[in-house]
Design a protein around this ligand. Structure first.
Ligand code: AMP
Length: 280
């Protein structure tokens, strides 16, 4: 496995692989890797000849008062993690390599303004811009994203369609800790009391899934979800919503295309979780 920091090194390596007829997979990440990322690497390993993981804490997707400067980083540990998951190439650029006085921003309108977009207005444009660059640098056949960030996945799907990127996106299931908490690099911010409170998110998700199965409608399900979270110390709801996956607008009828999604502050840490009806 190689670790490189420049765009030109990636281009040279990828072009040699393509000349040999190899298919290329990309797993974009911000590092501080865990088994959620690992599951994306495993899926990529199964499907493609050459697996690239990018590790880049992308400043343009963080708002001014967000956690860019304190976001956890550990490239050495991440490199070992990638190697143990059969990755072929790690691309870990510095900020200057990715951005020198940029004048472009890629924005998918409307669906970027829903859910997380209300509290994080510049977030998805930052994500779309950096992922566009990564697609142009790595030119993957397949790119892997987690359903943990469901809104991000569907926004990127629309971006790929609208800008005619020649890459197929794969959505991989949410990987959880054994007690239900969705794995996240940000979980390290939680102190021991907050770590317990954070379980209210997955508890609300699992409860909602049960209620869907017995035919309960959206409004009472959302109330139950909110009650679970509000009854838990250290929590503050950003949103708990049921939306249609095509528009990300709120829906009160449940169908296969319905996404139940939430963002909750536990202490100062903002956590997200969700499920899609087609999986229940
Ligand atoms: P991040 O490093 O947080 O930007 O995440 C990189 C990729 O890993 C994104 O596509 C995330 O959706 C995915 N990911 C993060 N956490 C999980 C998880 N618990 N299960 C599955 N995928 C995840």
């Amino acid at each position: 496995m190689k670790v490189v920091k420049t765009i030109s090194e990636v281009r040279d390596i990828i072009s040699a692989q393509k000349k040999m007829g190899k298919s290329i997979a990309l797993v974009p990440s911000m590092g501080f890797l865990h088994e959620g990322h690992g599951s994306l690497m495993n899926a990529a390993r199964k499907e493609s000849d050459f697996v690239v993981v990018s590790i880049f804490v992308n400043p343009t997707q963080f708002g001014e008062n967000e956690d860019y400067s304190v976001y956890p980083r550990d490239l050495e540990k991440d490199t070992v993690f990638c190697e143990s998951h059969g990755v072929d190439l790690v691309f870990a650029p510095e900020v200057e390599e990715m951005y020198s006085n940029p004048k472009i921003s890629v924005k998918v309108v409307e669906i970027s303004e829903m859910l997380c977009g209300k509290t994080r207005p510049i977030h998805f444009a930052g994500v779309c811009t950096v992922v566009s660059k990564l697609f142009n640098i790595v030119t993957p056949d397949y790119a892997y994203f987690g359903q943990k960030d469901a809104q991000q996945f569907y926004i990127l799907q629309k971006m790929v369609q609208d800008l005619s990127f020649g890459v197929q996106l794969r959505r991989c299931p949410i990987i959880r800790e054994s007690d239900g908490l969705a794995k996240s690099s940000r979980n390290v911010y939680l102190n021991s009391e907050e770590r317990i409170s954070a379980l209210s998110l997955s508890k609300a998700i699992f409860t909602a899934q049960e209620k869907v199965k017995v035919g309960m409608q959206t409004a009472p399900i959302l109330s139950e979800m909110k009650n679970i979270i509000e009854a838990t110390p250290h929590t503050k709801i950003d949103y708990v919503e049921a939306v249609d996956l095509d528009t990300f607008r709120e829906t009160d009828t449940i169908g296969k295309n319905t996404l139940f999604a939430m963002a909750v502050y536990v202490g100062k840490t903002r956590l997200i979780d969700n499920f899609i009806l087609e999986e229940v």
